[in-house]
Ligand binder design. Structure first.
Ligand SMILES: Nc1ncnc2c1ncn2[C@@H]1O[C@H](COP(=O)(O)OP(=O)(O)OP(=O)(O)O)[C@@H](O)[C@H]1O
Length: 588
């Protein structure tokens, strides 16, 4: 509940920041609406009673008062609606931006890969409308409750028995809560199905995946499966809605019976001359009003419940990157990076990917990691770059545990290319410039990185990339070179030189000639990095590249099988020597 109040305060502050004057006007109109509704009811009673008593003056006052209240209600209703749309829309935009920033500022990637985490922040996005409307649903609820108190007071002034009408709101409340819970559970259960369905549809429309799907004619089957998932989620939600509606209908039947009884009570009071016809009109008006007030309270509670469901996810996300504090990494590496008994298991996986890895990456050296597919090479790179945190053991940088360093600052001292390099479909200047956003507009530096990586410059730095955006679509190898250009820009323009350069299969998409050219670049790069004391970690299946490294590590099923220089490993005549000889023979 404390989290709910804190979020309400946060959203209220956001609302005031987005439109202080509009928010104040809206609050006044919402509160004033309660008085307007009471004035309409009272004017009806006066109108009937004064007409019966022949008091012309009273009738005029009641008519004018009633007309004014009605006019106010309808005019302000429109203004209220528009102000609400305006304010909630603005706050929603700001909130989505904040959530987006939070998601992208987390230095690790578990929240982007692990399904339960993805579902959590997706639910926040889906509830952003309800979250942005929180101050107004809260105010609506308070005003509706106050209105209820006034209505009940007016009913009691006719007969205390009529107060029981308000008690019939309790079954309504309970039924509503049940309906909310049913819907919430159905939605929670459907989030995963929905995610699967979206991914299956993506496979049919994203060019990379669609190509294969078309080749195997699997599109129809995938769409059928996606439809089945969607239908399962939709049916679950519909069943939950129907069950909730049944509960609510039963509660409204109870309320309608109470209303009929109230009319009978008033009819008897009139027959016994204990009240006026005006009072009967007031009861009808109040009972109708009570009904709409109860509806407002219930609707507000439904929206509040939807927001409430997202509250825990919201604070989870806010607290997620809490440990971004930490010491800055050393200006230059003196000793290097060391892995001490490092083990790693992906969240939700049944077995470890890395087991008990002890490895020293000396400062100023190039270390190559080799191994079969799935051996754990890229995973090791992800641990080095802090994208994942080891499940066992730890890493140290010049003897300081990586967990004690600021993840953001550590990130700023890394460079390189990941195996699944990004195809950033932006303008060429931006595609490379995001390597160091501070220099995204520094054309000559970007052009230099492009040239050094041998990447294409197309029609200049402002060329738009990506066929889906009407731009040029680079080939796979050209995309990889652009990723390299990004890394080079980072290395040459960083305020401090990188401490660790990771190159995870950086030439996999390149032709042999290009690989040869780029290899020269790596050698130069490693030399520069060496001068700056950086560790260069290279993952490659091409042993001609690997043999140039100062130290070679052979991984097998998440364990280090052997390590040493090329000469050491060849002399040892182990798995490395065997693979090297095989490749050499194949290329001869
Ligand atoms: N995000 C992930 N979630 C769960 N398991 C993963 C994830 N990424 C990789 N794995 C698993 O970890 C193991 C090692 O994968 P990794 O990508 O590190 O291998 P690799 O040695 O780089 O292989 P390759 O040579 O094919 O690139 C594999 O069995 C893979 O299924």
């Amino acid at each position: 509940m404390r989290d709910w109040w804190r979020l309400l305060a946060h959203i209220t502050r956001l609302t005031l920041r987005e439109g202080r004057r509009s928010a104040v006007v809206l609050a006044v109109l919402v509160v004033g609406q309660a008085g307007v509704i009471a004035a309409m009811g009272l004017s009806q009673r006066e109108l009937v009673d004064d007409s019966a008593a022949g008091a012309a003056g009273g009738v005029v006052v009641a008519v004018v008062g009633g007309a004014l209240a009605y006019a106010m209600s309808s005019v302000t209703g429109r203004v209220r609606g528009n102000l609400l749309i305006y304010l909630v829309g603005r706050v929603r935009g700001r909130l989505s931006e904040q959530i987006q920033r939070l998601v992208s500022s987390i230095p690790t990637i578990t929240h982007l890969e692990h399904a339960p985490h993805i579902d959590r922040w997706n639910r926040i996005f889906n509830s952003s409308q309800a979250l942005s409307a929180m101050p107004w649903t809260a105010l609506d609820s308070v005003v509706a409750v106050l209105g209820l108190v006034v209505t009940v007071g007016l009913l009691a002034s006719i007969s205390p028995v009529l107060c029981l009408l308000a008690a019939l709101g309790v079954p309504l409340l309970l039924a509503n809560r049940r309906a909310d819970r049913l819907l919430r559970d159905a939605r929670d259960a459907g989030t995963e199905l929905q995610r699967h369905e979206e991914r299956l549809h993506e496979m049919c429309v994203q060019p990379e995946m669609a190509k294969e799907v078309m080749l195997t004619d699997g599109g129809a089957a995938l769409n059928r499966r996606a439809l089945e998932l969607w239908e399962t989620a939709a049916v679950r939600e519909s069943v939950a809605r129907l069950r909730g509606a049944a509960w609510q209908t039963a509660a409204w039947v109870v309320y309608a019976s109470g209303f009929a009884l109230a009319i009978i009570v008033v009819a008897r009071l009139i027959r016994d001359d204990r009240t006026t016809v005006g009072a009967a009109v007031l009861v009808v008006s109040l009972a109708t009003q009570l009904q709409s007030q109860l509806r407002t309270v219930l609707d507000s509670l439904t929206v509040a419940a939807e927001a409430g469901q997202a509250v825990s996810h919201y604070w989870w996300l806010r607290r997620y990157p809490a440990d971004t504090a930490g010491a800055p990494p050393p200006p230059v590496l003196a000793d290097g990076i060391t892995l001490h008994g490092v083990g790693f298991r992906y969240p939700g996986a049944e077995a470890n990917t890395l087991h008990d890895v002890d490895l020293h990456l000396p400062a100023g050296r190039t270390v190559a990691i080799v191994g079969a597919n799935g051996a754990g090479k890229s995973t090791l790179i992800k641990l080095l770059t802090g994208l994942h945190v080891p499940s066992a053991g730890h890493l140290t940088v010049d003897g300081v545990p990586l967990t004690e360093l600021s993840p953001v600052q550590w990130n700023a001292r890394l460079a390189g290319v990941h195996q699944d390099f990004a195809r950033l479909r932006l303008r060429l200047r931006e595609t490379v410039g995001v390597g160091n956003v501070r220099h995204i507009r520094t054309g000559p530096l970007i052009a230099d990185s492009i040239a050094r990586a041998g990447a294409p410059s197309f029609d200049g730095l402002e060329s738009r990339l990506g066929a889906p955006f009407g731009g040029i679509e680079p080939s796979l190898g050209q995309w990889q070179r652009l990723a390299l250009a990004r890394s080079l820009l980072r290395e040459t323009t960083a305020a401090r030189p990188p401490l660790c350069v990771v190159l995870d299969e950086p030439t996999a998409a390149l032709d042999p000639l290009a690989e040869h050219e780029l290899f020269q670049l790596f050698v130069d790069q490693a030399r520069t990095a060496r001068l700056a004391g950086a560790v260069t970690v290279l993952v490659s299946h091409r042993f001609t590249t690997v043999r140039m490294a100062d130290h070679i590590v052979v991984l097998d099923q998440g364990r280090i099988l052997e390590q040493g220089t090329h000469a050491d490993l060849m002399t040892a005549a182990g798995p490395y020597a065997e693979l090297y000889t095989l490749q050499e023979r194949a290329y001869r």
